[in-house]
Design a protein around this ligand. Structure first.
Ligand SMILES: [Zn+2]
Length: 381
């Protein structure tokens, strides 16, 4: 029987060294050379572990990388384990100098340490430790590290989906929910819709009967839309932006609204999209154009996903740490892997505070637990 926590402890200094090395390379999403640099460092480390590393060149972002290890037994037809992480951060250059990288009261502070350089380092050191100790699993393993997650993975989404195809399970090494560090087992799906109304301009005082107010029409549709909110069931609809009109005394010929829609299930997404697309104008002389879609599918808490999370929680308890699960309204690459039907455990990477905010940090003792958990998962699942 492997003592996973003890094994993790003997390799924690390697992990914290790599965390430091990665945090000291600032990698804001918008900086391609910086992200190319950090992705080439990660690629080199993965090659030393015997992976076949592919670089996926990008024009507007840093290059994404994938790393593959075949099944140890060539006759095996086991499905692969997928590990996903991102190398970019939300922090602009210069943040490191201002915020610093330091340890205080059992926590490690630095820009991007929590989201998610600790998760990247844990993945690499975890795999290395498994390899060195003869604990590598039979099944194939695939890693995807992208560089555009913080802006919604616009260029890497197809690669995330491709990598998830046929996977047995996916570990998304993002930080756990801020605070308790909980696994995120349910993520909302996210859609954006635009309502454009065309009306007819006219002098508001002299010839009101000749006009058709686009703003008046839009107001009706906004009320209709807002009424679709169903917070108890996880549906949130927000008309977040409106524009329209040309002058106080002119009946407005155009108006537009931008709507944020979030749902808990695919079924809700389908029903809502149908309802939104079916909106009809009620003010005579106006017409309505509806564009947009759901661009991030919901991550539903399927029985398979619940079982995967349950295993991780049980093992964490065995190691003497408390791990919980929560749902969140935000999205991540886990939405994409889960939508491919792959049970996805998101939030395994680290536990800490203040993601995307001043004082971003990870809890040092918990990071050793996360290393142990990651190794146990890859070895045993
Ligand atoms: Zn992240």
């Amino acid at each position: 029987m492997t003592d996973w926590l003890a094994l993790a402890k003997t390799h924690e200094s390697d992990m914290f060294e790599l965390i430091e090395q990665l945090v000291l390379i600032e990698s804001p999403t918008s900086d391609k050379p910086a992200n190319d640099h950090i992705s080439s460092i990660a690629a080199d480390l993965l090659r030393t572990l015997g992976a076949e590393v592919k670089v996926h060149p990008q024009k507007d972002f840093g290059d994404h990388i994938t790393a593959d290890w075949p099944a140890t037994n060539p006759d095996s037809n086991a499905q692969h384990a997928l590990i996903v992480g991102h190398l970019d951060t939300v922090w602009p250059h210069g943040t490191l100098e201002r915020m610093g990288f330091y340890e205080e009261d059992g926590r490690l502070y630095g820009p991007g340490v929590l989201d998610m350089k600790a998760g990247i380092a844990t993945t690499i050191i975890g795999l290395r430790t498994l390899k060195e100790n003869g604990l590598w699993p039979d099944r194939p393993i695939k890693i995807l590290f992208n560089t555009d997650e913080e802006v919604g993975s616009p260029s890497s989404s197809p690669l995330v989906e491709e990598s998830a195809k046929g996977a047995e399970y996916a570990l998304i090494m993002e930080p756990g929910q801020a605070g308790a560090g909980a696994l995120k087992t349910q993520r909302k799906g996210l859609g954006e819709f635009h309502l454009s109304v065309e009306g007819k301009a006219s002098h508001a005082g002299a010839f009101p009967e000749r006009g058709a107010s686009a703003i008046h029409e839009l107001a009706h549709r906004i009320i209709e839309l807002q009424a679709m909110n169903d917070w108890p069931n996880g549906i949130t609809i927000n008309t977040g932006l409106i524009t329209g009109g040309s002058a106080r005394n002119t009946i407005p010929a155009a108006a537009e609204a931008v709507i944020d829609v979030r749902v808990r299930t695919n079924e809700q997404a389908e029903i809502l999209e149908t309802k939104i697309r079916a909106l009809k104008p009620s003010i005579e002389g106006t017409s309505l154009t509806i564009t947009g879609s759901f661009h991030r599918p919901p991550m539903e808490r399927t029985p398979e996903l619940a079982e995967l999370a349950g295993n991780l929680i049980d093992w964490s308890n065995d190691f003497g740490f408390e791990l919980t699960e929560e749902s969140t309204g935000g999205g991540s690459d886990a939405n994409l892997t889960a939508a491919m039907g792959v049970p996805s455990a998101d939030g395994l990477g680290s536990k800490g505070q203040n993601p995307h905010a001043e004082g971003e940090n990870i809890e040092i003792s918990e990071q050793v637990n996360r290393l142990a958990l990651f190794m146990k998962a890859i070895n045993s699942l």
